[in-house]
Design a protein around this ligand. Structure first.
Ligand SMILES: NC(=O)c1ccc[n+]([C@@H]2O[C@H](COP(=O)([O-])OP(=O)(O)OC[C@H]3O[C@@H](n4cnc5c(N)ncnc54)[C@H](OP(=O)(O)O)[C@@H]3O)[C@@H](O)[C@H]2O)c1
Length: 289
């Protein structure tokens, strides 16, 4: 049986780990806040006390964290990080969304430590992870991708290999910019429809047969038709990704007025509510006018 290591059991990490356990894989988890890792024991996960311990026992280990400081400490902490285990040839698959430049630096630094690094950002949210239907863009050595496939195939339905380091994250940052703008556009449309007296279900059925519909309009309708406090993607993660989109746009000297507006609106939503609520709560800004 494949023994998988998993670092970072926040919203997304926990959902993918549950999926892997359901598929019968053995999974060893580590999370900075240990309670979140322990919640996975009930599903069959083993809990480790450090990333170093995970690296000492697993041939393949995944990273799913928010922010580059998190990756720095989990991978490179001198005492407790992955590299402190001193293993050679094991593979680190990074499902986090980070800047393309940071991904390039991780390829290089992990290569120097004799570890394989796969830059493997995903899309599909908590629901896609639980169903095993995530999309993934992946960069790194083809042989490492082939070796990781038996695990990747358990939680992804579509995998796009793009060779060069940094390219997978660049595409993912662009995807997330599009998601952000689409979600706000859908919020405007639904707010007007509801104020005009059209019920949500009619609006959904009619719009879903038309070309103005988007995947993210679907995400919003789904949440509004079956309200829930479960977080799939937080406003905080959305804002982190919009920050990455701005850095990339600056780097290529492209002006992103819609991205700038999206950033301000998500910031307002996070201030009015809570950065840790689900991103779809941004619709309240429009509904409560
Ligand atoms: N949610 C989604 O739909 C989705 C989809 C695609 C990609 N992603 C990407 O996946 C990653 C995780 O997202 P998420 O939604 O799971 O976020 P989340 O629920 O906020 O979880 C964040 C994770 O990062 C850890 N972390 C943050 N700062 C840390 C630090 N300084 N040191 C160690 N660990 C740290 C957290 O540990 P604690 O629990 O200790 O805070 C937690 O495990 C992000 O890069 C996000 O962009 C998310």
């Amino acid at each position: 049986m494949i023994k998988v290591g998993w670092l970072g059991t926040g919203v997304l990490g926990a959902a993918i780990v549950k999926r892997l356990l359901e598929c019968g894989l053995e999974v060893v988890v580590y999370n900075r806040t240990v309670e979140k890792a322990r919640e996975l024991e009930a599903f069959g996960a083993q809990v480790a006390t450090s990333p170093r311990e995970v690296a000492a026992t697993c041939e393949i280990l995944f990273l799913c964290v928010k922010g580059e400081a998190a990756a720095e400490s989990l991978l490179f902490d001198e005492d407790q990080g992955v590299t402190a285990a001193g293993r050679r040839g094991i593979c680190v698959v990074d499902t986090s969304t980070v800047s393309p430049d940071f991904a390039v630096s991780l390829h290089e630094r992990l290569r120097q430590a004799d570890l394989h690094y796969l830059e493997a950002p995903v899309s599909g949210g908590r629901e896609g992870a639980l169903k095993g239907t995530m999309g993934m863009v992946i960069a790194g050595e083809q042989s490492a991708v082939d070796a990781a496939r038996p695990v990747l195939d358990r939680f992804t339905a579509k995998l796009h290999y793009v060779g060069a380091p940094g390219k997978a994250q660049l595409i993912k940052v662009l995807n997330n910019l599009a998601e952000s703008i689409n979600l706000l556009a859908a919020s405007e449309v639904i707010a007007i429809g509801l104020k005009a007296g059209i019920d949500l279900s009619t609006l959904h059925t009619a719009l879903s047969s038309m070309r103005g519909y988007s995947t993210y309009m679907g995400v919003l309708f789904e949440r509004m038709l079956a309200p829930s406090d479960t977080v799939s993607t937080s406003l905080a993660v959305r804002l982190k990704d919009l920050g990455l989109a701005h850095s990339v746009a600056d780097q290529y000297d492209v002006s992103i007025p819609m991205g700038a507006l999206a950033q301000q609106l998500f910031k307002l939503a996070a201030q009015q509510q809570d950065p840790e609520v689900d991103q779809t709560k941004c619709v309240q800004l429009l509904l409560e006018q």
